[in-house]
Design a protein around this ligand. Structure first.
Ligand code: NAD
Length: 298
């Protein structure tokens, strides 16, 4: 069934996601603060709206894809009053679990319905409609959003109540950040022991060291020709986004009193890496920092 969707935040992710909704027959009214983002989306069939509120006023569902919780909550405060009662608000941004729950509460208090539905899969997945969505909210809201999310996805998972989608996202990315550092340290240790990258890869990728950071996104050039290491660490998944997601995981761990020693350390290491200029590189580029620092001590 074709729906009218207001899509706010037409950046790297939101632009191609909105374009995929248009491709599957939905009417999409788009808004972004950056005119160039609106123009690009308009070329893909998104109808530019005069403002976010103007888009929301005509919509059956509202999708947001914004940088952070601060942006989402400020926007909700602006636009909730403009929506028709019962409109479904789906936030696909990666934000703090507490902010996501606040967004649900504010939507409910305004007579609306809400779902948090962050994504994994990056810009490539957004363009190819092969994202994984992890959703938090009620069953009815999930069922209603499902056809829209499916138009942009290879997989859509209902993770639980309000905030559960964001929780799944930061837990997954904590595994990823920690495992990328572990894999990178192992390659640098292997180098110091005279072990070739290929030999370590052949063993670990078919043994108990196997993980996505090794077998799909291998941080050294050679063993996996498609990994960012073979193109001078062009992302892929930018280290600044990994630093952001680990920061969200670290603050949730601290708030919950969770003893996540490696997760907290990974958050520090990626924050330092991003601050020192690695933010726009793929997150696997952290192997070079580990190698350089090992060299400094040698
Ligand atoms: P982006 O900066 O390219 O896009 C965000 C867009 O939101 C910008 O175009 C900005 O102008 C717009 N915006 C901000 N405030 C607005 C407002 N009040 N009204 C209208 N537009 C507004 O970021 P992105 O890479 O598209 O990421 C979006 C979200 O998706 C982030 O939360 C990010 O963590 C998450 N995410 C990104 C990736 C990725 O690979 N880029 C992967 C998974 C998740």
């Amino acid at each position: 069934m074709s729906r009218t969707v207001a899509f706010v935040g037409l950046g790297h992710m939101g632009g191609p996601m909105a374009a995929n909704l248009v491709k599957t027959g939905h009417r999409v009214l788009g808004h972004d603060l950056v005119p160039a983002a609106v123009e690009t989306a308009a070329r893909a069939g998104v109808e530019p709206a005069a403002s976010a509120s103007a888009a929301v006023a005509q919509a059956d569902a509202v999708i947001t894809m914004l940088p952070s919780g601060r942006h989402v909550l400020a926007l909700y405060d602006d636009i909730l009053a403009a929506a028709r009662p019962g409109t479904l608000f789906v936030d696909c941004s990666t934000i703090d679990v507490a902010d996501a729950r606040t967004a649900h509460e504010r939507a409910r208090a305004a007579g609306m319905r809400a779902l948090d539905a962050p994504v994994s899969g990056g810009v490539v997945g957004a363009e190819a409609a092969s994202l994984t969505f992890m959703a938090g909210g009620g069953r009815t809201e999930f069922a209603e959003a499902h056809p829209l999310l499916e138009a942009m996805a290879k997989k859509v998972v209902h993770c639980g109540g309000a905030g559960a989608g964001q929780a799944a996202k930061i837990c997954n990315n904590m595994i990823l950040g920690v495992s990328m550092i572990a894999v990178s340290e192992a390659f640098v240790l292997g180098e110091s022991l005279g072990l070739s990258h290929q030999a370590l890869f052949e063993v670990a990728s078919t043994a108990s060291g196997q993980c996505w950071a090794l077998s799909a996104n291998c941080p050294v050039p050679g063993p996996v020709p498609t990994s960012p290491a073979n193109r001078d660490y062009r992302p892929g998944f930018a280290a600044s986004l990994m630093a952001k997601d680990l920061g969200l995981a670290a603050s949730a761990a601290r708030a919950g009193g969770v003893h996540a020693e490696l997760g907290l350390r990974a958050a520090e290491l990626y924050a330092e890496y991003a601050e020192r200029g690695g933010g726009t590189e793929d997150f696997s580029g952290i192997v070079r920092t580990i190698r350089n620092e090992s060299g400094d001590r040698a």
